[in-house]
Design a protein around this ligand. Structure first.
Ligand SMILES: Cc1c2[nH]c(c1CCC(=O)O)Cc1[nH]c(c(CCC(=O)O)c1C)Cc1[nH]c(c(CCC(=O)O)c1C)Cc1[nH]c(c(C)c1CCC(=O)O)C2
Length: 355
């Protein structure tokens, strides 16, 4: 452990006792905590205003701007947790990979990584490479008070998918070609990414993040046997690397109904569930000893307030017997969402579950 580690239990008591962290620890809560994946971003006019003229990746390296954008949804929606404003490709950019986030497209990598020689371009990440993260989180913990901050990173498979494909991909052909065709190179690539991701999460926890989420957004493209053999060792390594801090570790992917048990087994304390599997069924698949996070279909937000409430009610009913439940969407907030529908949803969940 490095010298500036904040030992477990040293975070402010009010943060430790927040509804969000209690639910993650499967303790009784005053109300079901709510936050939204991608809550900090394009659905908010105040976000678009402060981001005007600043490219996405540049904005991630500006501590004051990061702190402001992270705070915006907390102020507006009264969510129970903040998520650090950044992107999963930030640590890759920080070690010198030539990539950009193209508006409306996503991360694009200039020279994809497909050979042993390419792998050498993935050097170690140091805390100094991402100094702006430490600085921004310092600003945030001061402003957040008792509201916990969630740090995050992309999981090795999802990062590998962007690096190997060179950009977003529907079927992950190059990624799977490498995974099946050169298992040793694949294992080495995922191991490298696990190292980088572990450092990135440690930096965030040491700076003051009270929980972390590992996004394996695209791993639902794999069958369980392939996940277990070719992905789980690297994801487990990341969870193990941050275990000593004692902060809740959340794991999420889209279309991962068949992988939920394995994703818990990989080392998550909280398993994120998309909208395709009801939470009671998800609990059966994950097994005891884990909290669940989810899982209203983000598309429902475009419907009437009554329809949103009805769907939220369904989610809460399915969650009634869970050991711990963090309310969330089944994936990120769509950019064209009416922010008021999110504010109303937070209020609905809070009032329906107040104990
Ligand atoms: C796969 C993935 C990425 N990034 C992320 C994931 C995993 C989550 C998921 O499954 O959605 C994670 C992410 N990206 C962003 C956050 C910020 C915190 C939050 O509010 O959740 C988080 C947690 C900001 C962002 N990341 C991005 C934006 C939009 C860029 C902008 O506002 O200019 C934001 C706010 C860009 C981005 N970056 C990525 C994509 C697919 C896109 C969208 C491309 C587009 O449609 O424009 C890669």
């Amino acid at each position: 452990m490095s010298a500036n580690l904040r030992p477990t239990g040293q975070q402010p008591t009010a943060t430790y006792e927040s509804a969000f962290l209690k639910a993650c620890r499967r303790e009784p809560v005053p109300h079901t905590p709510v936050w939204f994946m991608r809550q900090a971003g394009r659905s908010l006019p105040e976000y678009l205003k402060v981001r005007e003229g600043i490219p996405m990746l540049e904005s991630c390296m500006m501590p004051e701007l990061v702190a402001e954008i992270t705070m915006q949804p907390v102020r507006r929606h009264h969510v129970d947790a903040a998520i650090y404003f950044s992107d999963i490709v930030v640590p890759l950019k920080a070690i010198g990979i030539d990539l950009d986030i193209k508006p409306g497209v996503g991360p694009v990598v200039e020279q994809p990584i497909r050979s042993r020689a390419d792998l050498a371009r993935l050097r170690d990440l140091t805390p100094e490479d991402v100094w702006y993260v430490t600085e921004a989180i310092g600003l945030l913990t001061a402003e957040l008070g008792s509201t916990p901050l969630i740090g995050f990173a992309g999981a090795p498979f999802t990062l590998a998918s962007y690096l190997v494909e060179g950009g977003p991909s529907k079927n992950h052909e190059h990624t799977k070609a490498l995974m099946y065709g050169d298992p040793q190179l694949w294992a080495d690539l995922l191991d490298r990414l696990a190292e980088i991701t572990s450092v990135f999460l440690k930096v965030q926890i040491e700076a003051g993040a009270s929980a972390v989420q590992l996004f394996d957004s695209w791993v639902g493209a794999l069958a369980p046997a392939d996940y277990r053999r070719s992905v789980m060792p690297a994801s487990s390594k990341v969870f193990k690397a941050v275990e000593e801090y004692g902060v809740p570790r959340i794991h999420f992917g889209v279309g991962t109904g068949e992988l939920l048990g394995l994703m818990g087994e990989a080392g998550a304390d909280v398993v994120g569930v998309d909208w395709r599997v009801p939470l009671d069924e998800a609990a059966r698949r994950v097994g005891p000893g884990k909290a669940l996070q989810g899982n209203i279909d983000p598309a429902v937000l475009f419907s009437t307030p009554e329809a949103v409430e009805a769907k939220a009610r369904e989610v809460l009913d399915a969650a009634a017997d869970l050991e711990g439940h963090v309310f969330n969407l089944g994936h990120g907030v769509p950019p064209t969402t009416d922010p008021d529908s999110l504010t109303r949803l937070v209020e609905y969940v809070h009032t329906q579950t107040a104990r």
